[in-house]
Design a binder for this molecule. Structure first.
Ligand code: NAD
Length: 291
């Protein structure tokens, strides 16, 4: 069994981007600038957004963090987005999800300028991705594609089962892997909460992408020998032995599944760091698009 080390791979990517940023600086070109808006103080969201900002600093990007209170109205948030859309120094920005319930998430994502939509959530980017046109790819599926490519995992002609059909992970993942591209050409089955007898489907899979958000859902008896496992899930499970009171669990029961897998991503240290690396890649691209 080989661990698909997202932490190490993301460091490699960050290093590559840092070299590019240095070279841009030397040539007098613009330094990429990523902004992030966070509304409220949800613990997990703060952790994600802070590590995005920290990563920017590590690689020489400029970054701006806009922190808004929990009671922010939709109008106020749309106003902030409008300002970022117009700010020439900002190459890309993200609105950290989830948003408080008084704010319509879809309306917010639609308000982001598609040219600055480095999360790849705007319908223009989703549409372009679906048509295989150049677009900002959503960071988590893009990170998985990058990991598969860098570990030289064959996807062409393989049976891939994606568990979960969310707009940010499962569905784009299923689209990308089915496309005619370097990491792609797979026969993809997209499964979800209404799928019947999931285990009989996952047992046929050469590659399983688990993105449903249920701790340790996929167990060893649900997969075949030699399978490649991509575990997207991140769930906080109460754990009194930890100082912070919880541990992070993936959607895969690592102990039983790793016995059969040929490749598997750990949680943490698998897909999570890759997601950030691809957000940075998209931001560099957004900046280069303006050269
Ligand atoms: P979501 O909650 O939006 O969607 C979950 C999907 O799982 C739904 O489509 C649902 O139909 C499906 N599902 C639920 N129960 C099921 C079952 N019993 N069998 C089959 N399918 C079932 O989730 P999401 O936003 O895609 O996130 C999924 C997980 O991935 C979460 O744990 C989230 O925290 C994590 N995540 C991680 C990263 C990362 O960077 N590593 C990024 C995004 C999301």
């Amino acid at each position: 069994m080989i661990l698909l080390d997202g932490k190490k791979t993301s460091l490699d990517i960050k290093q590559e981007i840092a070299v590019e940023v240095k070279s841009r600086k030397e040539k007098g070109l613009k330094i990429p600038h990523l902004a992030a808006i966070i509304v409220g103080s949800d613990g997990a969201s703060m952790t994600y957004v802070n590590s995005k900002v920290k990563s920017c600093q590590q690689i020489g990007f400029n970054s701006t963090l806009i922190e808004l209170p929990e009671e922010t109205t939709e109008e106020q948030l749309l106003h902030e987005i409008d300002a970022l859309n117009k700010d020439k120094d900002i190459d890309g920005f993200i609105v950290q999800l989830p948003l408080p319930k008084q704010i319509d998430e879809q309306k917010v994502l639609m308000a982001v300028d598609p040219d600055k939509d480095v999360d790849g959530f705007h319908p223009v980017n989703v549409g372009k991705m679906t048509l295989d046109l150049p677009a900002f790819l959503p960071a988590t599926p893009a990170g998985i594609m990058e990991l598969l490519e860098r570990y030289d995992i064959e996807t062409s002609g393989k049976n891939v089962v994606v568990i979960g059909r969310s707009h940010i992970v499962g569905r784009p993942m299923s689209i990308l892997l089915s496309q005619k591209r370097k990491v792609g050409n797979a026969t993809v089955t997209l499964t979800h909460s209404r799928t019947k007898d999931l285990a009989s489907i996952t047992r046929e899979a050469d590659i399983v992408v688990a993105a449903l958000g249920m701790a340790e859902f996929l167990t060893g008896d649900m997969v075949k020998e030699g399978v490649t496992i991509i575990d997207v899930g991140i769930t906080r499970v109460p754990d009194a032995t930890k100082k912070r009171g919880y541990r992070l669990a993936g959607d895969v029961h690592f102990e039983s599944v790793s016995e059969k897998a040929s490749y598997i991503t750990p949680v943490p240290g698998g897909v999570g760091p890759m997601t950030i690396a691809m957000l940075l890649t998209n931001t560099l691209q957004a900046c280069q698009n303006k050269d």
